[in-house]
Design a protein around this ligand. Structure first.
Ligand code: SF4
Ligand code: SF4
Length: 615
């Protein structure tokens, strides 16, 4: 009789679980397929670190992350125990009397204790501490799930004290099994669906941060316009979100008080997919205003512990808007400049030519030169940044590196790509690739981190591969011997203080993962680094990316991202801010100007100039 009752309950709860999972699988499968399995070794490695070892979960929030990891590892360890108890309850086979099962049970005791500690910690944090990232209301479902998990552990530990043949022992067993079944039925409709989906999502996440595959215009692809355009991985992402808010608290736009909240974007996708209005415009789901607030800094995607990719949704939706002529006016002006003059400021090429001549730059020739230097829009036209490039040229010449530049460069297309103007991006990219192929460099050095990403990653999607490195990486290697030699470079007395702070550009620190090289250069040449809040591979954005360099400053809601960052840099107490990206430099200097007299003491120094002055 008991077996029959257990069978009925089992089938009922499993059917409830399966029906809800099937609905989600159906919705995911209905999207255009974009699951990818390229670069398997990388995916497997990331799976081991981020799923098995819970590295990403622990990294940013060490204590809550570790507590979550204890619960996860405990769950995995209990897999065999739960299966054996179900086989017994269903009357299939009883393995509970075997010697190995007794040993296994004993081995589970420390796991159960660890899960209990972990879940109580997480419950108290969620219900009473309530960090802002977890949302402004306590979800009843989370509390129920936490209590379920605690009950499971307690009812397991109690089995060591209770004889199963007694009524109390039998009740304890039934409570344990019913809680598992109820838990199963609750999973799919809650954020705990991540238990099922996240291993898959992490595995399927692109190895490239901010991966934006090219649109195929021959197939009339225009980007994401309506809900039905959301691709399979985007749909899987929507159902995987664990609502931890890591993306939210690391988003510079949200941090500066803007409406954009990457967590909300994912949850809005989930809600809309479940509601099933396939023709609903994405601009109406997320709000167009919000879609234009993203700097493409990549923090959300990089921080997410369950492999969710926000940028393909955000930029994909921008593509849809641009294809319908719905880009903001300030971008229309920038696109105009790109169209007419192939650079973001719309300046005449004679200015680049003058710079090339005045800096005595040769046209690249693979037979003569070791490397090509890519100037970028800022290097070609921005007087301030040209000083940085002159420093780089001086360092290269001083170290005997022969280099040349392209006779004519166009903008890499980064601002067009990140704002969703894929057509313009592809035009610029194809023109540059043609020139690069004709010139034939094996290695390119540039001082613009955005150019590193665009030429290094985006151009590869057209089949063009070249090694491109940021100048900080190249110069760090080039000057290594100097640091080692006795009597090497000393701190200069040029007025720049020894204590400096370094602002990691998002496209260098986060996208390219180059955080040690700039620091090695600074310390090698005598600086003491005062690290700002948000540094290395999780910097706070300067606010320029994703076309926001061109945004109408007066119309921006909330604070300016650059103002927030400038204050963080000032808070280090260092009066010297070292930058390594032309756009960071422009934004932060703008923030300094708006700070008025409180910003006056800050001095900005470009990394290449810092090094050159000390060589
Ligand atoms: S890329 Fe950066 S700015 Fe955009 S949503 Fe993510 S964290 Fe926010
Ligand atoms: S998208 Fe990722 S980081 Fe953001 S709340 Fe969801 S699970 Fe957390």
């Amino acid at each position: 009789m008991a077996t029959l009752v257990f069978w009925l309950l089992f089938l009922g709860f499993v059917a409830a679980f399966a029906a809800q999972v099937a609905r989600r699988v159906w919705i995911i499968a209905a999207g255009p397929d974009n699951f990818s399995f390229d670069n398997l070794p990388f995916r497997i490695k990331r799976f081991v670190f981020d799923v098995v070892l819970q590295k990403r979960t622990i990294k940013e929030r060490p204590l809550p992350g570790l507590m979550h990891a204890l619960v996860f590892w405990g769950f995995v360890a209990f897999g065999g125990y739960t299966s054996v108890e179900f086989l017994r309850g269903l009357g299939i086979v009883d393995l509970t009397g075997t010697a190995w099962f007794h040993l296994y049970r004993l081995a589970l005791v420390p796991f159960a204790s660890a899960v209990l500690i972990g879940i109580v910690f997480l419950l108290v944090r969620r219900a009473f501490v309530r960090p802002i990232a977890l949302g402004d209301h306590v979800s009843a479902e989370s509390i129920v799930i936490a209590l379920f998990i605690a009950t499971l552990m307690v009812t397991f530990l109690v089995t060591f004290r209770l004889d199963e043949r007694t009524t109390a022992g039998a009740v304890n067993w039934w409570v344990h099994m019913l809680v598992i079944l109820a838990f199963l039925a609750l999973i799919p409709a809650s954020k705990h669906f991540h238990l099922v989906a996240s291993p898959l999502t992490v595995f399927l996440k692109s190895p490239e941060l901010g991966n934006l595959p090219n649109l195929d215009f021959e197939k009339e692809e225009v980007g994401l316009e309506t809900l039905k355009d959301l691709k399979s991985k985007m749909r899987l992402d929507a159902f995987t979100c664990v609502e931890c808010g890591r993306c939210q608290v690391n988003c510079p736009a949200w941090g500066a008080g803007k409406a954009l909240n990457p967590k909300k974007i994912i949850l809005q996708s989930q809600e809309a997919l479940l509601a099933g209005d396939a023709d609903k415009k994405l601009g109406a789901i997320y709000s167009e205003e919000v879609l234009w607030q993203c700097t493409t800094c990549g923090a959300c995607e990089n921080q997410c512990p369950v492999g969710i990719e926000h940028l393909p949704i955000l930029i994909g939706s921008r593509r849809g808007l641009v294809s319908n002529g719905d880009a903001p006016d300030y971008l229309g002006a920038m696109y105009n400049q790109l169209e007419r003059r192939s650079n973001i400021w719309g300046l005449g090429y004679d200015q680049r030519t003058k710079f090339v001549q005045s800096a005595a730059l040769e046209t690249f020739d693979p037979a003569k030169h070791d490397v090509m230097v890519w100037l970028g829009c800022a290097g070609s036209f921005d007087g301030d940044f040209q000083k940085s490039l002159r420093s780089l040229f001086e360092i290269l010449r001083g170290r005997g590196i022969k280099f040349g530049v392209l006779a004519k460069e166009k903008c890499t297309g980064d601002p067009a790509k990140r704002t969703g103007n894929e057509y313009m991006f592809q035009e610029l990219a194809n023109a540059n690739i043609e020139s690069l192929k004709a010139a034939g460099p094996k290695k390119i050095v540039t001082s613009c981190p955005h150019c590193v990403k665009t030429i290094g990653n985006d151009y590869r999607k057209f089949g063009y591969e070249v090694e491109i490195v940021h100048s900080s990486v190249f110069v760090e290697e080039l000057t290594r011997g100097l640091a080692a030699s006795p009597g090497g470079p000393a701190v200069s007395t040029d007025g720049v203080e020894r204590r400096v702070t370094f602002h990691d550009p998002c496209y260098l620190g986060r996208y390219a993962g180059k955080v040690d090289e700039p620091r090695a250069l600074l310390t090698r040449f005598g600086a003491d680094i005062a690290e700002p809040e948000r540094n290395r591979d999780n910097p706070y954005c300067c606010g320029a990316g994703g076309g926001l360099l061109f945004a109408d400053k007066e119309e921006e809601p909330g604070s300016r991202i650059s103002d927030v960052r400038f204050k963080q840099l000032q808070a280090t107490g260092a009066n010297v801010v070292v930058t390594a990206c032309p756009f960071c430099s422009i934004m932060l200097k703008g923030a300094q100007a708006s700070a008025g007299s409180t910003g006056e003491a800050t001095q900005f120094v470009d990394l290449m100039t810092f090094v050159k002055d000390r060589l």
